[in-house]
Write a protein that binds this ligand. Sequence first.
Ligand SMILES: CC(=O)N[C@H]1[C@@H](OP(=O)(O)OP(=O)(O)OC[C@H]2O[C@@H](n3ccc(=O)[nH]c3=O)[C@H](O)[C@@H]2O)O[C@H](CO)[C@@H](O)[C@@H]1O
Length: 392
Amino acid sequence: MDASSLSRPFRLLVTGGGTGGHTYPALTAIRTLRGRLAAQGSALDVLWIGTADGLEARVAPAEGIAFRTVATGKIRRSANPLKMLSAANVKDMARVPLGVAQARTVVAEFRPDVVLATGGYVAVPAGLAARLCKRPLVLHEQTVRLGLANRKLAGSATRIAVSSESSLPLLPDEVRGRAVVTGNPVRPEILTGHPDKAVQALNLTGFDRRLPTVYVTGGAQGAQQINGVVREVLPWLLSHANVIHQCGPANVDELRSAAAALDPVLAGRYHLTGFVGPELPDVLALADVVVSRSGAGTLAELTALGKPAVFVPLATSAGNEQAHNARHLADAGAAVALLGEVTGRTLAEAVGPLLTDAAGRTAMAQRARAYGRPDAADRLVDVLLSAAGSSD
Ligand SMILES: CC(=O)N[C@H]1[C@@H](OP(=O)(O)OP(=O)(O)OC[C@H]2O[C@@H](n3ccc(=O)[nH]c3=O)[C@H](O)[C@@H]2O)O[C@H](CO)[C@@H](O)[C@@H]1O
């Protein structure tokens, strides 16, 4: 669609959220579309339908984006079909029709030119309402296989934007023709960090800048498993590197007391935090090595930047998606994947060589960058505008 031909702002309805992995691609697409429209002298009107307790409930209003919630039914996955019929699941499924009715009212009033759904269970009622109101629906999938919400919506979608070519053969035959590879949008500021700003913002006065810096991250909630193995090898790690450890807001106290026994020089090289906020781009810029879960969002960021990484996948992620992500990069020498039992020793064996071999780090970073898709947001915006053009 040529949005500049509109005599009113272009209207985008976004739905999705719960975690960072679903929220940030939507936010990035909004910013990119806004910029594209502004360059054409047009404006953007956005409405986000999300969950009241998800990350999007904070992120959207902070960005000045109108935000609404609808009744949602969280479907708890289980390999056991009987567990899928648990009382909680049955009760939640019964909320879906109410959510669809509420979302339908919102969509009918807002009349979006296009609807973007980025996954998470809140996307189901809003996505279904989009189709009931005959609005074009674009899905964005961050992971290799369609998530539960996107599977439910695929039949109603105008286009399905996926993050990598490897998703295409895994799509159901009847939707593959509507799929397009865009990549997973990364917040542009992620690419503009500066190491010195991280040192300043986090007051890292005890860091030894002659040593490499390791950024340990477990995702927004932190990862108990990663925290545990890092704790096991902390004195060793700090004798070779500075460490920024994002451990999850609920785990800070426990880890802080564990770190209290460190020798003062080593303690000065350790920065513990629950969550890394706006300073994340600078922290990533400072990091020489990242130890992390392998969620799709983190992977997109680390490959866009080209960061050597040691991945500790969440073993229970849907369809073992995180292990697949990690293996995919490790097979290409673009990361190290710890796929079996992870102990302090296996972590040290994986991280150690990266700390001492700067040339090896550079080579791994280059291979990682080959998987980055810094143009993903632009491509997704192309898909949104072309789907809007198919509007009735
Ligand atoms: C447990 C689970 O189901 N995880 C899924 C969830 O990942 P989840 O959302 O947990 O993790 P992702 O790696 O996709 O995204 C995390 C995002 O949070 C940011 N961040 C993290 C920590 C922090 O302190 N500050 C910060 O800003 C990261 O930079 C990243 O942008 O959705 C992803 C995308 O659909 C999937 O690939 C994951 O398997």
